[in-house]
Design a protein around this ligand. Structure first.
Ligand code: ZN
Length: 136
């Protein structure tokens, strides 16, 4: 088991892109992600299982990242960050979902923990309509 890579993410950057950039910089293609901090705005999504489609939610307001949890694996041969966010609004209420491009970082601290072994590879999964890890 490798040690976690603890990093401060860049203000103004897109959260998913910044996590992918840091993972690539550290040559991590397979690992877990944990992140806390704050966002200027966020975009999350909810997957409607019956309709097999994501519904986007835009949160155009400052938010705390109570917890971002996810993983890094390969999709189309490139490292892909899958992240879920629990966020708090100014009044303390919580929202969240599957993180999409469009989460602008105000400040964020991430722990990326590389995993040993061959990276998981995402492939289309017909029963769910999602890109899930191929069975090994
Ligand atoms: Zn998801």
């Amino acid at each position: 088991m490798s040690k976690p890579c603890l990093v401060r993410l860049a203000k103004g950057a897109d959260l998913l892109a910044e996590l992918a950039r840091v993972a690539a910089e550290h040559e991590i293609q397979w690992g877990t992600v944990s992140v806390i901090g704050a966002l200027v705005r966020a975009k999350t999504a909810f997957y409607h299982q019956d309709e097999r489609r994501y519904e986007a939610h835009l949160w155009d307001e400052p938010l705390e990242i109570l917890h971002g949890v996810g993983n890094i694996s390969l999709r189309d041969g490139k490292p892909f960050v899958h992240l879920h966010l629990t966020l708090s609004r100014a009044d303390g209420s919580a929202v969240g979902g599957h993180a999409e491009q469009g989460c602008e970082i105000f400040a964020a601290e991430a722990a990326i923990t590389p995993q040993d072994g061959a990276p998981g590879v995402r492939v289309f999964d017909e029963p769910t309509g999602l890109f899930l890890w191929a069975p090994r």
